[in-house]
Write a new protein. Sequence first.
Length: 262
Amino acid sequence: MKHVSGRRLNERQHRPSLISDRLQTGAPAPVMRLACATDIPSLVESFGHAAGKLGFPHYVISRVTRSRSASTRRTSLEMIGSHYPQEWVRHYQRREYASTDPVHRAAFLQSAPYRWHDIIGLSKAERRLLDEAGEAGLRAGLSIPVHQSDGSILLFNLSGPLRSVNDAINSRLAYLISAQFHFELHRLAQMSPKRAAHLLTPRQLECLTWVARGKTSAEIGEILGRSRYTVDYHIEEAMEALNIRSRTAAAVHATVQGIIKP
């Protein structure tokens, strides 16, 4: 049974020639900007700039994995980049919504871009999640899943006005910049990790490893037998050494570069 309803995007509103013209004029600039990224933060920033041009002020890029056990069906989320309302992000994390999110459920069954309001078979919990997201300012969205060889999904969630979500050309361009992001992420992963690894102390590497595993500073402190303030210090020093402003982005960068192995 198909997971997304058969309602077509508004393709009939556009002649093929117009679509082709807009693709040719709209795609090169964001693609070139992504290609010039020298690290993950600049790659995420370039993606956000391109998404904004398409009319999506909010976006999240994450790696989604699902447990192999059919009985638990637990979904894990590794954040790579995010420009969602912070209050919603905190609420989402507190409620551990990753396993409830219907957008994630759809991602494992879809290979093409899909709109959130096309997802069918919503449970009561899933509908409540989408309603709460709407109240937080994320009323409509478009998702692009990129399936990985290890079974995980690199998922791009774009949120904005309904007109942006329903635009058939936007769907194509969003797919293009997502595919380009995936390509550039792979390129950055090929860079030698030794150049960055030597900048970090063993304690900084240890703290970043636990950040990549989703632990808070307080939890890391308990594991390492240090105060949360000491942990924060090591993480901030690692961020400065890597020239990255976010602890999550620093952990993702270190993971992709092979500096740490979560």
